[in-house]
Design a protein around this ligand. Structure first.
Ligand code: TYD
Ligand code: MG
Length: 452
C-alpha cells in the first residue's frame, strides 16, 4: 500500500519540509508554506500495479536526425547549434530591458515567411507590441499576437490555431490553474515550463520562453528551469553600451559556450560579424598598462583589450578592483608578479578592466593581464601591434593554451604583427608574416618587452 505523507512546500522557492513554518527558512518569505499530500512508494506486501516498460536494442532504433530551420539571424542560429530544432524548447534569459522581447519579435518576420508564429505576451498590450513591431519592420501576415497569462488558455489557443512556433513573453507572468502561488513563484514557473515542454514534444511546436533574471542573478528560482528545457540562452551586455552578447549555457542539440554578438540600434538588433574589431575600436596604441589578448568563446576566437591602472595607495590596505575578469584570478596574478618577478605591488592600488564591458573568463588571458599590470606599474610602453596569450601558473611559468592556431589566425586577421605565446605550445617561429614570440616564464615575458 502506498504511504500518504504530509509535506509543506514554499510557493515562492519550492523549499520542502515535513514541518510547517510561518516564514520559509530558505527564502525568508512569510506565509508561503502550503500543505501538500504526497504518496510515497508502496510497501512490500502490496500488489504491484506497475507495468514493465517496453525496451529495444539500441541497434534497432532509428536515429532520426533533428530537423532544423534558420531564424534568419546567423548569430542566433550559431548559438542554437546551427538553427532552430523543430519541437524544441528554448529559454532566453537576461536582465529586464536587455532586448529579449526585441530579439524574438524581430525573428518573427523571417519565421513568418513559411511558418505560423504565435506571440503570447503577459507583459505588454497588443498596441505596445504593434508599435515595437513597426519599429522592427515586422509586418508578416503569419504572426499572431495574444495577451494572455493563463497557461491552460494558451494551450487551448495552440490546439485551435496550431502554430509552428510559440513565443511566451515572459514565463514569470504565467499562471496555471493546476498549482497555487503567485505569478513568478517557483511552483508557477515550473508548472508553466513543463506544460510548454509537453506542448513542444507532443505537438512538435517549437517554443521560445523568455525569462527575466532575478536580483540574485539566477533565472527566477535557483536554476529551476535550466534542467527542464532543451536550450538555455543568456542575453548579456552593459545596458549603457549598445552591443549585446547571446551566450549558450545549455544546449541539447549543440555545443555550449557559443556566443552571438549583436548591436542594439534604433531599428532593432543588428548582427556583428566581426566582434574583435568592435571590441578593439578606439584602442590607444603604444601606451603603458594595456594589452590585447585572444580568448575562445565556444568555437570562435575573440580579441579583447585588457587595461590596468596601478598607482601608489593612500589607504592602509591597497584597493583592488576587477571588471570583466575574475577578482580572485586577478589577486592570484598580482601575487605571482610580486613573488616571481619582484614587482613591489603590496602598496599599490590596482584596477583591471576589460574594455567594452566584455567578460573574459578564460585563463589564456592571464599573460595579457600580467603584462598590462607590469607595464602599468613600471610605465613601459606596450607595443600596439602585439597580442599575448598564455595561462600562468603559481611558479610564474607560462602554460600552453588550446587552439593556438585559431588565436594566431584571428590576431593576423585584425592586423597584429606579433603574438606572444607559451613556448610549450608546439608551433613554428614564423607563420605567414606574423612574428611568434615564445616565452616560458612571467619574468622572461616582461624582460623581452622592456628590452625589445
Ligand atoms: P526589450 O526587448 O523590451 O527588453 P526585454 O524584453 O529584455 O526586457 O528591450 C528594450 C530596450 O531595447 C529598450 O531600452 C529600448 C531598446 N530598443 C532599441 O534600442 N531599439 C529598438 O529597435 C527596440 C525595439 C528597442
Ligand atoms: Mg520584454
Amino acid at each position: 500500500m502506498a504511504k500518504i505523507k504530509q509535506l509543506f512546500v514554499c510557493t515562492e522557492c519550492g523549499y520542502e519540509s515535513p514541518k510547517w513554518f510561518g516564514q520559509c527558512p530558505h527564502c525568508r518569505e512569510w506565509s508561503t508554506m502550503e500543505e501538500k499530500v504526497v504518496q510515497t512508494g508502496g510497501n512490500k506486501s502490496s500488489v504491484s500495479t506497475a507495468v514493465a516498460s517496453e525496451i529495444k536494442p539500441i541497434g534497432e532504433i532509428k536515429g532520426g536526425s533533428e530537423l532544423r530551420f534558420s531564424t534568419g539571424l546567423k548569430e542566433l542560429d550559431r548559438v542554437l547549434g546551427g538553427g532552430l530544432v523543430v519541437g524544441s524548447l528554448t529559454l532566453v534569459g537576461g536582465d529586464p530591458g536587455i532586448g529579449k522581447s526585441t530579439l524574438l519579435l524581430q525573428i518573427c518576420q523571417h519565421l513568418g515567411n513559411d511558418k505560423v508564429v504565435l506571440y503570447v505576451s503577459g507583459e505588454e498590450s497588443m498596441s505596445q507590441i504593434k508599435l515595437r513591431a513597426e519599429r522592427l519592420q515586422v509586418n508578416t501576415q503569419n504572426l499572431f499576437l495574444a495577451c494572455e497569462t493563463n497557461v491552460e488558455n494558451i494551450l487551448a489557443t495552440c490546439s485551435l490555431k496550431n502554430p509552428d512556433i510559440l513565443i511566451v513573453d515572459s514565463v514569470q507572468t504565467m499562471v496555471s490553474d493546476h498549482v497555487s502561488g503567485t505569478p513568478g513563484s517557483v511552483s508557477q514557473i515550473k508548472e508553466a515550463t513543463s506544460a510548454f515542454m509537453h506542448l513542444a514534444k507532443e505537438q512538435g511546436i517549437t517554443v521560445f520562453i523568455i525569462g527575466h533574471v532575478t536580483k540574485e542573478g539566477a533565472l527566477a528560482g535557483p536554476k529551476v528551469l535550466e534542467h527542464m528545457v532543451d536550450t538555455v540562452l543568456y542575453f548579456e551586455g552593459d545596458k549603457n553600451l549598445n552591443y549585446r552578447i547571446l551566450r549558450t549555457v545549455k544546449n541539447r542539440f549543440g555545443s555550449t559556450n557559443e556566443i552571438g554578438v549583436f548591436d542594439m540600434q534604433n531599428g532593432g538588433l543588428k548582427e556583428v560579424d566581426n566582434p574583435s574589431k568592435m571590441f578593439l575600436e578606439g584602442r590607444p596604441e603604444n601606451v603603458p598598462g594595456t594589452c590585447v589578448t585572444c580568448i575562445l568563446e565556444g568555437t570562435r576566437p575573440v580579441l579583447a583589450e585588457i587595461q590596468a591602472l596601478v598607482s601608489k595607495t593612500s589607504y592602509p590596505v591597497p584597493r583592488r578592483m576587477a571588471s570583466g575578469i575574475d577578482f580572485n584570478r586577478m589577486a592570484l596574478l598580482i601575487a605571482v608578479l610580486e613573488k616571481r618577478a619582484n614587482f613591489a605591488l603590496y602598496n599599490q592600488d590596482a584596477y583591471v578592466n576589460v574594455v567594452g564591458g566584455f567578460r573574459v573568463l578564460e585563463t589564456a588571458a592571464d599573460l595579457a593581464i600580467v603584462l598590462s599590470l607590469a607595464s602599468g606599474f613600471s610605465d613601459f610602453e606596450m607595443p600596439g601591434d602585439l597580442i599575448a596569450v598564455g595561462e600562468i601558473g603559481l611558479s610564474g611559468e607560462i602554460r600552453a593554451v588550446s587552439f593556438i592556431e585559431k588565436r594566431i589566425k584571428e590576431a593576423q586577421k585584425l592586423g597584429f604583427s606579433r603574438i606572444m605565446v607559451p613556448s610549450r605550445n608546439k608551433i613554428s617561429e614564423i607563420i605567414d608574416g606574423i612574428e611568434i614570440i615564445k616565452v616560458s616564464s612571467v619574468s622572461q615575458a616582461i624582460y623581452k618587452l622592456r628590452n625589445k
